[in-house]
Write a protein that binds this ligand. Structure first.
Ligand code: AMP
Length: 452
């Protein structure tokens, strides 16, 4: 494949856009790009042609590999595009003798576009060193070996499925059970052959909802990992009760690869994302720019070989997101006395009500403990008196009937009055992105008029 890319005229630093359904060839293409010095640019196949136009104009890929039915539409937008099948046929006929461009650690390996729902999606530039350093750190921490079998049901256009999962397995020489998407039937059937699973929290909640999830299915498993969105302590506890396994929660983002992880040995604390990875520095900063001590909440900043080089063609935006060489994640959090980090939400999701800060994660944790609540999302909604009011969006457990007054009363014992939601909205589901992340901006938009 690397030979075919070079024969097609792609050179070091050129971008290869790949927008196809999940298949093994995506991983081989990623490796071929590393080999050829070409920048791998995967795009969610669920994006429409119109949505894909942004990546074409922004990244100007030298070639786009797509499903056969999309070739014409991309060509009409001026992109050089080719069906994946045609490319694979050409690669099969390509010579194994070609000149390796011999890339350097600082060279770009990939551009991943952020899944941001506000503003335009930004291209995150990741170097070979960014990816390699993170894979090496995770490999040791999570004890990957060639005996492992990773159950892979994540998308491969996002950092979690593409880099965290794949790089660990490849670096270790492990095997993968590669599933096209997350389907409980297929995952439950494959669990007995697997040793490790990486998932987003919705994988775990959906498996828990299935009566077939039993300890016996997990007999060969040594590790369940969760990330990309907060895993509720209730889910952590339910998983432990049902399977005997404590899910290991870790934290990272596209721009930084993985930042922190709960320990392999030792206490995996629910509601925390553990400690910084080896070689990665994390600090929590207050409003005045001072580093905060454990127990105090502030802005999470990261520094290390894992941190990206910048946003593609956006030097000003990049400069805004760094402070003295530290990347400002946009997440809020606090360390505890033992060095475990807790994520308290995105800074743009912080609710300021009557001048007081309310961290959504704290209210969500309290809500998740109320009987009958299966999931919660706390947002700030414009309010004539308070500026913003705390509003809880909740999903009821199967069969449970939730009363707004009852939920608020249950919270009053646990939270200061200003943190108790002014309204509790029961809904069947939350708007979520491809990684299962709740789209709070969408919830805020829909409920903006709640208080007139
Ligand atoms: P993405 O770049 O799409 O991977 O999104 C990164 C963001 O996901 C982070 O900045 C966090 O807000 C969130 N995130 C990732 N892992 C966790 C976690 N374990 N707990 C809470 N939030 C998380």
């Amino acid at each position: 494949m690397a030979s075919a890319l070079i024969a097609l005229g792609l050179r070091k630093g050129d971008r290869l856009l790949v927008q196809v359904e999940k298949c093994e060839a995506v991983l081989t293409l990623y490796l071929a790009c590393l080999r050829a010095g070409v920048v791998f640019l995967p795009v969610n196949p669920g994006y429409t042609v119109a949505e894909t136009a942004h990546f074409l104009t922004d990244a100007e890929p030298a070639l786009a590999l797509v499903e056969a039915e999309r070739v014409a539409a991309l060509a009409a937008m001026g992109a050089r595009s080719m069906a994946l099948g045609a490319f694979l046929a050409q690669a099969a006929d390509s010579s194994a003798n070609f000149a390796d461009p011999d890339p350097a650690p600082d060279d770009l390996a990939a551009i991943l576009y952020t899944s941001g729902t506000t503003g335009r999606s930004k291209g995150v530039m990741l170097s070979r060193e960014n990816l390699a350093s993170n894979a090496e750190a995770l490999l040791g921490l999570w004890r990957f070996s060639e005996d492992d079998v990773l159950l892979h049901a994540l998308p491969v256009f996002h950092t979690h499925g593409l880099f965290v999962a794949t790089n660990c397995a490849l670096y270790a020489g492990a095997s993968m059970i590669f599933q096209r998407s997350f389907a409980p039937d297929a995952v439950l059937a494959a669990l007995p052959q697997a040793t490790v699973m990486m998932g987003v929290p919705t994988f775990y909640t959906r498996l828990l909802a299935d009566a077939r999830l039993m300890p016996d299915l997990c007999r060969g498993m040594r590790l369940f990992i969760s990330g990309s969105a907060p895993l509720s302590p209730a889910t952590h506890a339910a998983w432990r009760d049902r399977t005997g396994h404590a899910i290991l929660e870790r934290y990272g983002m596209t721009e930084t690869n993985m930042i922190t992880s709960n320990p392999y040995d030792g206490d995996r604390r629910a509601g925390t994302v553990g400690m910084p990875l080896p070689g990665v520095e994390v600090r929590v900063i207050g409003p005045d720019g001072a580093v905060l001590p454990p127990g105090e909440a502030g802005a999470i900043e990261v520094r290390g070989p894992n941190v990206f080089g910048g946003y593609w063609m956006m030097p000003e935006k990049t400069a805004e997101e760094f402070r003295d060489g530290w990347f400002v994640t946009g997440d809020l959090g606090a360390f505890d006395a033992e060095g475990y980090l807790s994520i308290l939400g995105r800074s743009k999701d912080l609710v300021i009500t009557g001048g007081l800060n309310v961290y959504p994660a704290e209210v969500e944790a309290a809500l998740d403990d109320v009987p009958g609540i299966a999931a919660s999302a706390v947002i700030g909604v414009p309010h004539p008196d308070f500026g913003e009011a705390v509003v809880a969006c909740v999903i009821a457990s199967p069969g449970a009937v939730l009363e707004e007054a009852g939920v608020r009363a249950a919270l009053r014992d646990r939270l200061a009055a200003f943190k108790v939601p002014k309204r509790v909205l029961v809904m069947p589901e939350f708007p979520r992105n491809a990684m299962g992340k709740v789209q709070k901006a969408e919830l805020r938009r829909v409920h903006a008029g709640l208080f007139g």
